[in-house]
Design a binder for this molecule. Structure first.
Ligand code: NAP
Ligand code: GLV
Length: 315
């Protein structure tokens, strides 16, 4: 098909060059435009591949046929009050992202289990901090909040390490070996069983501040917390209080509100917190371009787009 144009705002100038090279190999008939140029020629744009376009910018593209979010979470796009809601919005919830998320989640769970933060602090100080690590994976239940594309892969990979895994989602799930807890009423029972709590929920009004003093108090004393969804899910001051009181023995935090975490924030230097800069799962541009190119090819043949944002659910 001739004359198809995709506008890109993801990864800056260097990112654009790589996107262009990827799509040239996958779909030579698709012309890629950097975002600024697309906004100067809005009438020719068919597709947008974006992480966080400015408010109202997508609405300026009258020919837009589909929006591809550059990530699995599309909350940055939904924050735009002028987002053209009639245009299908595709989430980048791809197996490659789930695999990377699973790797990160396993690393984080093992880091809490083996007290990696304590070991790193001792090494930096040149101290032989001998101790007997108290926990074993098969005796620490991991509770996954969110059993979607990311959560399901994390569940399987954590089980491979020997962790018992339970999950909490809106609707009941049947994943091999994973005890399913569903709905708001099931949350306290789920939390009470979670020695390591992992958040992989989408950012919605219902999930805002879901990890706060009240819910942290429902965890077994000395639990670990791994925040991988969005910064809106956890209240940092409540996490700090729980770390200081010993209600939490450790935390691995990859997402914050705002990002970056402000310099000088007490979490940067907290002895029981590992802070990472929103890197839990970022598929390569080649992986993401392959998915977008396949989705566009199917769409132009009349097939449904994959992983569509569902306005009724809000994710
Ligand atoms: P997904 O497939 O849409 O799964 C979302 C899961 O959350 C589903 O199991 C859903 O339940 C559950 N859920 C949603 N609202 C809920 C509620 N109110 N109560 C209970 N459960 C609820 O999403 P995904 O692709 O796995 O991605 C999840 C999130 O991970 C993304 O939205 C993004 O924020 C985050 N993420 C972070 C990174 C990173 O690098 N840190 C990378 C990728 C993604 P149902 O199954 O019943 O629908
Ligand atoms: C990253 O945070 C994503 O949503 O893919």
């Amino acid at each position: 098909m001739a004359g198809r144009v995709m506008a890109v705002k993801s990864g800056g100038e260097a990112g654009f060059a790589e996107w262009r090279a990827c799509f040239a190999a996958l779909d030579p008939g698709l012309e890629l435009l950097p975002w600024d140029e697309a906004l100067r020629r809005p009438g020719i744009v068919d597709y947008a591949l974006v992480w966080d376009p400015g408010p109202g910018e997508l609405a300026r593209l009258p020919r837009l046929r589909a929006i591809f979010g550059a990530g699995a979470g599309v909350d940055a796009l939904l924050a735009d009050p002028a987002l053209p809601r009639h245009v299908p919005l595709v989430r980048m919830a791809i197996p490659e992202a789930a695999q990377r998320m699973g790797e990160f989640c396993c690393w984080a769970a093992l880091s809490l289990l083996k007290e990696a933060r304590r070991l790193a602090i001792a090494q930096a100080a040149g101290v032989w901090d001998y101790f007997e690590p108290p926990h074993r994976a098969d005796r620490r239940t991991v509770g996954l909040m969110g059993l979607g594309t990311m959560g399901a892969r994390c569940a399987a990979m954590l089980q491979g390490l020997g962790f018992p895994v339970i999950g909490w989602s809106r609707s009941p799930k049947s994943l091999p070996g994973v005890e399913s807890h569903a709905g708001a009423a099931a949350l306290p029972g789920f939390l009470a069983r979670s020695d390591i709590l992992v958040c992989l929920l989408p950012a919605t009004p219902e999930t805002r501040d879901i990890v706060r003093a009240e819910t942290l108090a429902m965890l077994p004393r000395g639990a670990g917390y791994i925040g991988l969804g969005r910064g809106s899910h956890h209240r940092l001051e409540d996490l700090l209080a729980a770390l200081d009181s010993g209600q939490l023995s450790g935390a691995v935090l990859d997402v914050f509100e705002p990002e970056p975490l402000p310099s000088g924030h007490p979490l940067w230097s907290h002895p029981r917190a590992i802070v990472t800069p929103h890197v839990a799962s970022l598929p390569s541009r080649a992986e993401r371009a392959g998915y977008v190119a396949r989705a566009i090819a199917g769409f132009e043949r009349g097939e449904p787009l994959p992983n569509l944002f569902d306005p009724a659910r809000g994710y």
